[in-house]
Write a protein that binds this ligand. Structure first.
Ligand code: FAD
Length: 477
């Protein structure tokens, strides 16, 4: 069939399943779906499809499986690795989950809820609070990312040190397989050892194995007491020591522990309205740490103050400010959450989302910073992140006045050096953002051959026609 006729047949098929309104082809309407949030990739699509039920997703995938049309699932389109953007062939479709946004049920007794893939993360946090429970997954993008995207990237974020990643919040999944069949493991059980854990395969698969249409999720007791501090630490090793001290002395109540360098404070206060300097002096490294408890009577301020005082006596700290009220706490967090936006406003940046064993962080930061200073004088290091999880966003910005083209051209050499070092220290080249399109070659470079072979076998078993998000995570088959 000539391509134009095939396109018409496909569009007629999509309209039959969804109705006209949910099949977008118009340039203006499709444009926001065709570019990734970092603007690294811009693609084309035969259509953007907006189903509102699992039955529609099932029919769409069965149709695409039969006609071998590539399907790119998309949630909130906030991912950092280009995983939700189609290629530039114009032959793929974007499957946007945004209309599937119902909380199907919520059970405070079982500490669980069942939510459709297109639910915005912040809305799920609110839904849990309404029944006096807590959904702990929390990211800077929570106002627009969706739970289906969170699970598909196995997102991490700000509370991992206490509650784990997206995978750890999961009880069950409903997934539409590449051929349209619906696999439902939507039970709300905490114990279920009946064979292989199939749902786990789809977490972190970035839409390459199927479409997540709904998930059953764990809830936690609602935090009723919290204490937050912004602390200047002597160096990265002192930050790690402080983390361990806080975990030991607080009865493991540390829920966030974020490393923030002085350059990030400088960028956020300069670029983002309303961000203020949290401490009087300037210090190379700071930490934003938070303790939480479900016991309202816990005096966490006293606990945190006492631990910080011990840390000060032990020479770990240079200064500390304890949030005195919610406004001050929000100001600390506003600074932390504004770092990506401030970095973007500063100009081109190269991002490395790496994880290391926590004890290896100081060595990694020292060696990598030294190498960057010696070999990339045009770069400024902006290394921050979820140190409580061993995760650093080891980013570099172009120094003001540097040639942006030459800076971006140095990306490969820089990336390889950073990733080689991470690899040699037993770390990961993707801590929480995934592989997407951005790191396909990096995965091939660093993953053991046997792991890649098994990943390819799983991909071809679940998606024999190679329609699910082709070219993401693994090279297209
Ligand atoms: C300001 C900001 C802060 C951020 N902070 C963090 C952070 O702290 N931690 C962190 O981990 N990430 C963070 N991110 C990255 C991003 O928000 C997460 O990766 C998020 O989980 C992506 O969700 P999404 O709905 O936007 O997914 P999308 O970007 O739409 O998609 C991401 C991937 O998942 C696939 N996908 C989406 N929905 C489905 C589905 N229903 N079924 C199958 N596949 C699907 C897509 O094909 C794509 O491969 C941040 C991003 C921004 C912009």
């Amino acid at each position: 069939m000539p391509p134009a006729v095939a396109d018409k047949v496909a569009l007629a098929g999509f309209r039959r399943i969804l109705g006209d309104d949910a099949v977008l082809v118009d340039r203006g309407a499709t444009a926001p779906y065709l570019v990734d949030q970092r603007r690294l990739y811009e693609g084309k699509a035969l259509a953007v499809l907006r189903p509102s039920t699992v039955e529609q997703v099932s029919q769409l995938l069965a149709f695409c499986h039969g006609t071998r049309i590539g399907v790119v699932p998309q949630g909130g389109n906030t991912g950092y690795c280009g995983g939700a953007t189609p290629d530039d062939s114009g032959l793929q479709v974007v499957l946007s989950l945004g209309r599937m946004d119902r909380v199907r049920s919520i059970d405070p007794v079982n500490y669980s809820m069942v939510a459709e893939a297109g639910c915005i993360l912040a809305n799920l946090q609110q839904a849990a609070l309404q029944v006096d429970r807590y959904f702990p997954l929390s990211l800077g993008s929570e106002g627009s990312c969706q739970i289906g995207g969170n699970l598909s990237t196995n997102a991490g974020g700000l509370n991992v040190v206490r509650y784990g990643m997206a995978r750890d919040q999961l009880l069950g999944l409903e997934v539409v397989l590449a051929d349209g069949r619906v696999l439902s493991t939507l039970g709300e059980l905490r114990k279920d050892n009946t064979g292989y854990d199939l749902k786990s395969l789809f977490v972190g698969a970035e839409g390459t194995l199927g479409v997540i249409s709904a998930a059953s999720l764990k809830l936690a007791p609602r935090p009723r007491a919290q204490a937050t501090a912004f602390v200047a630490v002597r160096n990265v090793a002192a930050a790690v020591d402080l983390l361990n001290l806080l975990r030991e002395t607080s009865g493991d109540r540390v829920s966030s522990f974020e490393l923030i360098p002085n350059i990030a404070i400088e960028l956020t206060t300069r670029h983002i309205a309303g961000v203020v300097q949290p401490l009087a002096g300037e210090y190379a490294w700071c930490v934003l740490c938070e303790l939480t408890s479900s016991r309202a009577a816990d005096d966490l301020d006293a606990m945190l103050e006492s631990a910080l005082s011990d840390a000060m006596d032990g020479g770990l700290l240079e200064d500390a400010a304890l949030a005195q009220n919610e406004r001050q706490r929000a100001a600390f967090w506003r600074l932390r959450e504004s770092i990506p936006a401030a970095q973007r406003l500063e100009g081109p940046s190269l991002k490395h989302d790496v994880a290391l064993p926590i004890g290896a962080l100081p060595r990694f930061v020292a060696q990598a910073s030294e190498w960057i200073a010696a070999h990339f004088p045009q770069a400024v290091l902006v290394a921050y992140g979820h140190v409580g999880d061993g995760n650093l966003h080891f980013n570099v910005n172009a120094r003001r006045g540097a040639d942006p083209v030459a800076f971006v051209a140095s990306a490969d050499a820089l990336r390889h050096h950073v990733h080689d070092l991470v690899n040699s220290l037993g770390g990961s080249i993707s801590a929480e953002h995934g592989i997407g399109r951005l790191k396909v070659d990096e995965l091939e470079r660093y993953a053991p051959a046997l792991e890649l072979e098994l990943m390819r076998s799983i991909k071809s078993a679940l998606d024999p026609n190679g329609i699910m998000n082709p070219g993401k995570v693994l090279k297209a088959i």
